[in-house]
Design a protein around this ligand. Sequence first.
Ligand code: ZN
Length: 370
Amino acid sequence: MQPLIPSRATFLGRPTKPSRLFVIHFIFSALANALLLINFGYWESRLLVERQSWRNSLTLVENQAATYKQERDLAQEDIAKKDARLADLDKQLSETTTQLASLNAQVKAQASQIAQNSAELQALRDRPPLFKFESATSRNVAQAKADVEDIVTKAYTEIQNIYGAPYILHQVTIKFVDALSIPGAVGEIEISNSAEGISITIKITDFNKTDSENVDTIIHEIIHAFHGISALNAPVTEEGITVATTDAVMGKLATQGTIQAFSPYVSLTDDEAANLNVSLGNPPGDSSFYNLPKETVQSYYELAGWSWQQIYQEDANFLKSFNEALYNKVSKGFSPTPAVVRTTIAEVKPAIRGMPTADWLATQVIFNPK
Ligand SMILES: [Zn+2]
């Protein structure tokens, strides 16, 4: 049996056979290597796992980042869209503001235009009409012209006192002619409209201021000219207010001594008027009225004059007030229809002959044309 630890000599000498220590060393060495390998493998695998885990984490983070980036891009896109929309709205607002300013300017311009028109209208109304006296006949009408000028000048003031200022009367021409186009007529009137207002030409064949019919004719036509384009739509109603006013003006001129005493055109009694209201019935509302038989037209003139006279007799300012109220409506675009006439009368005078105006007007055929 050899000692476990060889002697120095034995150890340094060449062993004749492998030492058991070598085997043990080999075994330990192999075990150690195996352990190291296992350890290495373990750490290696740990590292792989870790690396994979980090990779996964990194991928997650990267995905997250991509998602955030996408979200940011979307948000930026959204902001850009909103910015664009805002810019668009700004532009629209600016355009709307400009439009509004433009509209405001237009409204102001229109308002000032209206004020100007209204001022012009007032100026036209305030300016007295020009009177011209012409002759288109070879006859000597010098005396007739002097007579008509005298009557027209004096009557004009009285018409204004009773009827108010004319609507828009620019010029009145009184023209002497040889004949009138309507046989039997005593006067004819031509009306033309211009920027300066209404111009009328009254044609007559002769004139004598001592002849009541001559005087009546010229005043009657001038009173029509006062209404001009605001003449009442129903001829019978316009003729009625004209004959009633003519009688009133002639009454004033007779009192002054400008003309001699005359028989008024309107001379119906209450009973006669009541009977005519029944027998005549409602008149046509248009110019076909003038085509009715002459006697019927005459009766309507008298009845219409009587109806207006009833109102004027209760209030001397009625005709003036009625005309101003009517002109106010006409200047705003209202047509002087029978309904507008009735409403305007009622506004100016709420009761007539002890009755509410609307009720009384309903009993008068000339205020209710067909
Ligand atoms: Zn007439």
